[in-house]
Design a protein around this ligand. Structure first.
Ligand SMILES: [Zn+2]
Length: 446
């Protein structure tokens, strides 16, 4: 056994990293120590993506006739019977419930909702004061638990960003949901996306990511990712931009966040962009608020089956997807009631979930995948391009008293469920260490 052997393995996509053999740790001889970055606090991240929300405007009422103009055979919903507004009283009810129950995720604010008006200027049909109060409500009640994303500019017609007008033709080539984005360069997408982000910035909302409307960028994924990295950094200076474009509901397909286009990791200005994947369909109330969902698709009453059970048990982040008109369901709140039941059932079954915003998951995954970890005898060295709270390492060795250099002493916890930043847990030749990872270098003495 070579006690001084220095093993230097860069992070693999799996998160399994440094391997060494050391006589100083309490484990059987010759067994390599494997250090792995696991989920934050060794819990399973859970989140909810809310699409097609904005201020006041019911996107289904105003969007359906514009979609029907392009595809008359496909959009036959009687949009006139849908309410034109999703009221702020419901936004408040939902926001206060999510705050009380710790439910977190992403909430869209479509900047020019279905071409009705501009959230940073005015929306015809509502007073200026109603718009200002709606934005204030979002800032105060929604923002604490939810990332804000634009869902491009209008979610219907493509806007000519030189003139601010929609293009004249209502064809798939000029709709955000369909063709326009599929053949644009990364720079063209970045410019369009920055245009959307700037409207929200002017409306006093902070964004670290964006959501694609409908099929936007689906056949242009690399340019979408690079264009998002550029746009979010240019407009907001966010360190770890992210986006939501795809969801997968099939067993066996990973739904772990994808950390894409990392660069400059050794510089003071590291870059990457994170693609967040949903793991469910909208089984709440649909994008138009006309098709009731089914709570049992998420988790059954006996708590044994359902997509959320499958994904949580796999250990990957379980990120649900819904649409705001379906949550409100034209005042019947069908989707909201399904969400309440899902939350209740998850709480009955699990005590190791951690609700996170998409920006928090993105930052954690960027740190998890891009931090370089080496183990030299009893010293773990981490080189992190990005900071991440609740960063958690797991190793197959007993450690009596791990010590984080230049930080408060780590406290030992006797129950793994009490693991949080600044603590460690050790049992049966396995140790978990949880701390707030700082950007740059960190040393842990075992
Ligand atoms: Zn949408």
């Amino acid at each position: 056994m070579d006690y001084n052997r220095r093993t230097f393995l860069k992070t693999a996509a799996t998160g399994t990293i440094a391997v060494t053999v050391s006589p100083d740790l309490a484990f059987s001889s010759e067994k390599p120590v494997i250090i792995e970055v696991v989920n934050p606090r060794n819990r399973v991240p859970v989140s909810l993506i809310i699409d097609d929300s904005t201020t006041l405007v019911n996107m289904a009422h105003f969007g359906i006739p514009q979609f029907a103009e392009v595809f008359p055979d496909k959009y036959k919903q009687d949009w006139r019977k849908l309410p034109r507004e999703i009221p702020d009283s419901f936004v408040r009810e939902f926001g206060e419930w999510s705050a009380a129950y710790g439910v977190k995720g992403k909430y869209s604010i479509v900047p020019y909702p279905a071409c009705t008006g501009w959230v940073n200027r005015f929306i015809p049909g509502w007073t200026k004061r109603e718009l200002e109060e709606s934005l204030k409500l979002v800032r105060e009640v929604i923002v604490p638990n939810w990332d804000i994303h634009p869902e491009m500019v209008s979610h219907t017609r493509v806007i000519d960003i030189k003139t601010g007008k929609p293009y004249p033709l209502a064809t798939p080539e000029f709709m955000e949901n369909w063709e326009w984005s599929q053949n644009k360069s990364a720079d063209e997408l970045a410019a369009y996306q920055a245009y959307a982000l700037n409207i929200l910035k002017e409306a006093g909302l902070n964004c670290e990511g964006l959501t694609t409307p409908g099929g936007y960028g689906g056949r242009n994924q690399d340019n979408l990712a690079i264009g998002t990295l550029q746009a979010v950094r240019d407009v907001y200076g966010s360190e770890v931009p992210h986006y939501f474009r795809d969801l997968f509901t099939e067993k066996g397909v990973s739904v772990a966040p994808q950390v894409r286009f990392p660069s400059g990791l050794d510089t003071s200005d590291p870059k990457c962009v994170v693609s967040i994947l949903g793991c469910t369909g909208d089984w709440f109330g649909g994008w138009d608020g006309l098709e009731p969902g089914d709570v049992n698709l998420f988790i059954t009453a006996d708590l044994q089956k359902g997509r959320m059970v499958d994904v949580i048990d796999s250990g990957e982040p379980a990120i649900m997807v819904c649409h705001w008109p379906g949550i409100y369901f034209n005042g019947e709140k069908t989707g909201f009631n399904i969400l309440k039941t899902v939350k209740n059932r998850l709480d009955q079954k699990y005590n190791h979930l951690i609700w996170m915003k998409l920006s928090e998951i993105s930052r954690y995954w960027a740190a998890k995948e891009l931090t370089t970890i080496t183990l030299d005898s009893k010293l773990i060295k981490l080189k992190a391009p990005f900071a991440a709270p609740d960063f958690t390492l797991k190793m197959n060795a007993s450690v009596k008293n791990p010590f984080l250099k230049n930080a408060a002493p780590l406290q030992k916890v006797n129950n793994i469920r009490n693991l949080k930043s600044g603590t460690f847990f050790t049992e049966n030749r396995e140790t978990l260490i949880c701390f707030d990872l700082k950007k740059g270098e960190t040393e842990i003495l075992l």
